[in-house]
Design a protein around this ligand. Structure first.
Ligand code: FPP
Length: 237
């Protein structure tokens, strides 16, 4: 079982357009899947779920879609409040939330603070997030803290990321048919297994998630090493 699953939730717009609906309807339905998949993570013992809710590139979308997505995240967090508390979900935000209107920002910061001791699942919401921007931010913070060049290690850089203290993602799922990582968790995904699904995110059910977990379970992870094989057995490393 992966300890950390990351998801690029692609295909909301197409899901809506195929039904003759506004793209926003796809995002709204997609947000409901987050609840289902978070719940499945708890059932299966996945400890961290990171979802790509709004990338730094998403600012290029039409203004009404951007403001809809900005509103959707605080709205869903409020709507799912009882589930978040009952199921002991810890909310973390990866990205710059300064762009949110003041009240929304305070609401998001409140739920992050209030859930800090929850231990069933870390739900990382990547919001106004870019992987390269995260690395730049980490480097700046280390320089500001006065860390000396010769003291910089991979562990120190990992500790300066939004995901400090969490395991790197074991499995990254991208729905919607495209096969790229789109500036998501650039530092953390060096040995992540990728799983691409053509299913559009609002159609990505618990069963589809289980299929991704089963596929992950069948993979042999080597982390760049030669696999351990029985004496005399052929190795394909
Ligand atoms: C990509 O689909 C999806 C997004 C840019 C937004 C995803 C955000 C949510 C589902 C809300 C998250 C909710 C919570 C609770 C944090 P797309 O619009 O690129 O789809 P397309 O490729 O079909 O156009």
């Amino acid at each position: 079982m992966p300890a950390h699953v990351a998801i690029i939730m692609d295909g909301n717009g197409r899901w809506a357009q195929r039904r003759g609906l506004e793209r926003q309807a796809g995002h709204r339905e997609g947000a409901r899947r987050v609840r289902d998949i978070a719940s499945a993570c708890i059932d299966y013992g996945v400890r961290v779920l990171t979802i790509y809710a709004f990338s730094t590139e998403n600012w290029d979308r039409p203004a009404d879609e951007v403001s809809f997505l900005m509103d959707l995240i605080p709205e869903r967090l409020e709507a799912e409040r009882s589930m978040i508390f009952e199921q002991q979900v810890r909310i973390r935000v990866l990205g710059e939330i300064e762009t949110l209107p003041l009240l929304d920002r305070v609401a998001v910061q409140d739920i992050v603070r209030q859930t800090d001791r929850h231990a069933a699942l870390d739900l990382n919401i990547a919001f106004n997030y870019g992987g390269r921007a995260e690395i730049v931010r980490a480097v700046r913070n280390l320089i500001r803290e006065g860390v000396r060049a010769e003291d910089v290690t991979e562990d120190i850089v990992s500790g300066a990321m939004y995901t400090a203290g969490q395991p790197d993602p074991d499995l990254l799922i991208r729905t919607g048919g495209d096969q790229r990582s789109s500036n998501f968790l650039v530092w953390q995904s060096t040995y992540t297994e990728f799983y691409f699904s053509s299913i559009l995110w609002p159609d990505f059910t618990k069963e589809a998630f289980e299929a991704a977990l089963a596929d992950f379970g069948s993979r042999q992870r080597r982390f760049g090493r030669v696999p351990v094989t029985a004496p005399g057995a052929a190795s394909d490393a």
